[in-house]
Unconditional design. Structure first.
Lengths: 120, 120
């Protein structure tokens, strides 16, 4: 059974932040939905590029040598190995594309780490 | 240099239809933008899942046993091996997420096949 996903409806199903939910699988990649607000932790993914597409709100990705400011309908791809810090002044709804192997906090493991992702 | 992509701006840069443009690379996957109108050709991708996210307009993906109707902000993942036929009554702007190995017409090669993709 092939079913479509409505992003707005899916985001309405959860309220917790910084906890990516799996919304689809494309080959070795997960499509994840996440609500972000405030500041995350500096981290990098040694072996995986990561894509952030803003569905609602605004998201800043701080880099060691600058930052990328994303509005709705904008995406950025953070290459493997690049340290980054997602920050959202107000709640942002973000679609992530990343390999199934990715851990949200990358090379850092702390209280923000979510190892077992729920599906939405 | 890490640069963001604004979907609306990118779609404004080209007018040709059924000719996916590469807008980003995430690991072994391309993010492609394509304008669709009318009917494509029935095809399948033997080894690759394919994701369609509608950015503007409406898109129907016909399947041999049904169809999926996508509005803006909706996506569907067509699993490998599943025959499908994209149809858009009016022009639709679609983000595709698929392995770099994917040929647009899958197992069919004809005048709709685009082997060398441009970047946008």
């Amino acid at each position: 059974m092939i079913e479509k996903v409505n992003l707005r409806e899916k985001f309405a199903l959860f309220a917790d932040r910084w906890s990516p939910k799996i919304a689809g699988e494309v080959n070795d990649t997960y499509v994840k939905l996440v609500k972000l607000a405030g500041e995350f932790v500096w981290h990098k993914h040694e072996a995986e590029d990561e894509m952030f597409l803003v569905v609602k709100g605004r998201l800043t990705i701080k880099l060691r040598d600058g930052e990328v400011n994303l509005d709705e309908g904008e995406f950025v791809i953070i290459p493997r190995g690049v340290e980054h810090l997602p920050v959202a002044d107000e709640e942002a709804h973000v679609l992530l594309f990343e390999p199934k192997s990715v851990l949200n906090t990358g090379d850092v493991v702390n209280e923000r780490t979510v190892a077992d992702l729920e599906r939405v």
